[in-house]
Ligand binder design. Structure first.
Ligand SMILES: N[C@@H](Cc1c[nH]cn1)C(=O)NCC(=O)O
Length: 463
């Protein structure tokens, strides 16, 4: 980093990444508590899966609104607001017995979660140079995945040992603690004050002196208005608060680089999300016939592989900027091929093939972070939050559709409940992923060519 106090960017990043890890803990807090949740609220499996679905729908649906608010109010406010929503949601979850209030709690958790990741991603280009960004982004993803490790076994142990209320109040309390820390540490950009400083009107020396640390125009996001589409007047201001939602969306989608980023995010993480969020354990136990201990051992490989992939892909995508989209396509193709091998295997796939799947499939998560690098290179700065939200929606739309379609295809075959699960039914159901990979890879190929042409026409170089 540039001059004095080179530690501050890392401290700000550390607290931002911690906030994201807390969001992931909140997001996956029911992952290992299925039976306990059913017992606590006296609900069936369908209602239980509604909890996950509603949360995902809220998360995906709020990406663009949150992105808009992010451009207006800044990352700190959004991260802290997200923390507040999640803590409120988990407090409700801890204290109510009514299922509708529990659903409201999951809506709040989904809304808070939606505020966090893209705000953290928005903060990074302000504090780090363009060369550091891929590595820092991947480290952020890695810390988020670590949150998943906390929410699975430790939370289940706390709930088993101290009860439902203590477990969820504990999650809320961790969130509040990290929010307080955030209020004293997070700054939208070098030179800006923390929330505590802004509230008291006294910007401290540390914040003032940090001005020299600014990444400024060195980041990928260029400070120009989005290109004209149609007959709209030229806009020369950097911030365009009055610009309507549809205008913003139209201008953003007019940029081939942003569309490319959307498809990169659409195509690479859904196989992992679908497996982790809902269908992995039923497939391994009800389909392949493994016992729960072996299945959860395989799921642990998924988490470790995803974290390792983040460590590898950060430096690689920073070093080979021109090749980053090809890296992403290569990983998606590898995930698709391993899944094809599993689906086409006659009978239950052997353990070695399942382990290969558990190692290769998680690369899709970190590979999807390349989408945010692409977005940063092509989104005008005044639209950065909106653009990040738009791109982040891609993977979650694909994940939601695949989750629903797998359930639908299982139902169509009469194999929609644990008593009727079968390997053949799961293989047919998981095949719904194939058109998503093919469509996504085709769109990436098309948009990459268009982006290249656009950059040549506008005399831009990739950064
Ligand atoms: N693809 C994920 C991030 C990731 C990194 N490593 C594994 N997954 C993503 O887009 N996340 C958004 C979020 O809110 O978590």
């Amino acid at each position: 980093m540039r001059t004095a106090r080179p530690l501050l960017p890392w401290v700000v990043w550390g607290v931002a990444a911690l906030s994201y890890a807390v969001a992931v803990i909140n997001r996956s807090s029911l992952a290992a508590l299925g039976p306990a949740t059913q017992q606590h609220f006296d609900i069936d499996a369908t209602t239980l899966s509604m909890f996950a679905m509603i949360q995902l729908v809220v998360y995906a649906g709020l990406q663009i609104p949150v992105g808009t608010l992010l451009d207006r109010f800044g990352a700190t406010t959004m991260i802290l607001t997200g923390g507040l929503f999640m803590a409120a949601g988990q407090t409700i979850m801890a204290t109510v017995a009514d299922v509708w209030l529990a659903i409201l709690a999951r809506v709040l958790v989904g809304a808070g979660d939606a505020c966090t990741f893209i705000s953290v991603m928005r903060l990074l280009p302000e504090w780090f140079s363009v060369r550091q960004l891929p590595v820092v982004s991947q480290l952020t993803g890695l810390i988020g995945q670590a949150g998943q490790l906390v929410s699975v076994t430790p939370l289940a142990l706390v709930v088993a040992g101290f009860g439902w209320t203590s477990g969820f109040l504990g999650v809320a309390a961790i969130g509040v603690l990290v929010m307080i820390l955030g209020g004293f540490v997070l700054r939208n950009a070098p030179g800006d004050g923390t929330l505590a400083e802004r509230l008291t009107g006294r910007v401290g020396r540390l914040s003032r002196e940090a001005r020299s640390l600014g990444a400024g125009e060195a980041t990928g996001a260029f400070a120009m208005p989005p290109p004209e589409t149609g007959m709209m007047p030229v806009i020369t201001k950097r911030r365009m608060p009055g610009l309507g939602f549809w205008d913003k969306l139209r201008r953003l989608v007019a940029l081939p680089g942003v569309r490319l980023a959307f498809w990169v995010h659409f195509t690479s993480p859904f196989a992992l999300n679908v497996f982790i969020l809902l269908w992995g354990t039923p497939f391994l136990t009800g389909g392949v016939g493994l016992d729960s201990a072996t299945a959860s051992g395989l799921l642990n490989i998924v988490v470790v592989s995803s974290m390792t992939a983040g460590l590898l892909l950060g430096p690689l995508s920073s070093r080979f900027v021109e090749r980053r989209v090809f890296m992403n396509m290569g990983i998606t193709t590898a995930v698709m091929l391993v899944w094809l091998a599993v689906l086409l295997w006659a009978g239950p796939p052997p353990m070695w093939l399942l382990i290969v799947l558990m190692i290769v499939m998680p690369f899709g998560g970190p590979a999807s972070m390349i989408a945010f690098e692409v977005a940063r290179s092509h989104t005008p700065r005044s639209f950065a939050g909106f653009g990040t939200g738009f791109v982040n929606m891609g993977g979650f739309i694909a994940s939601l559709l695949v989750i629903v379609l797998i359930g639908f295809v299982l139902d169509l075959q009469g194999a929609g409940s644990p008593d009727h699960y079968s390997l053949t039914a799961f293989k047919v159901a998981f095949a719904v992923q194939i058109p998503f990979w093919l469509c996504g890879l085709t769109m990436i190929f098309v948009e990459q060519r268009r982006t290249k042409r656009w950059m040549q026409e506008h005399g831009r170089r990739l950064r």
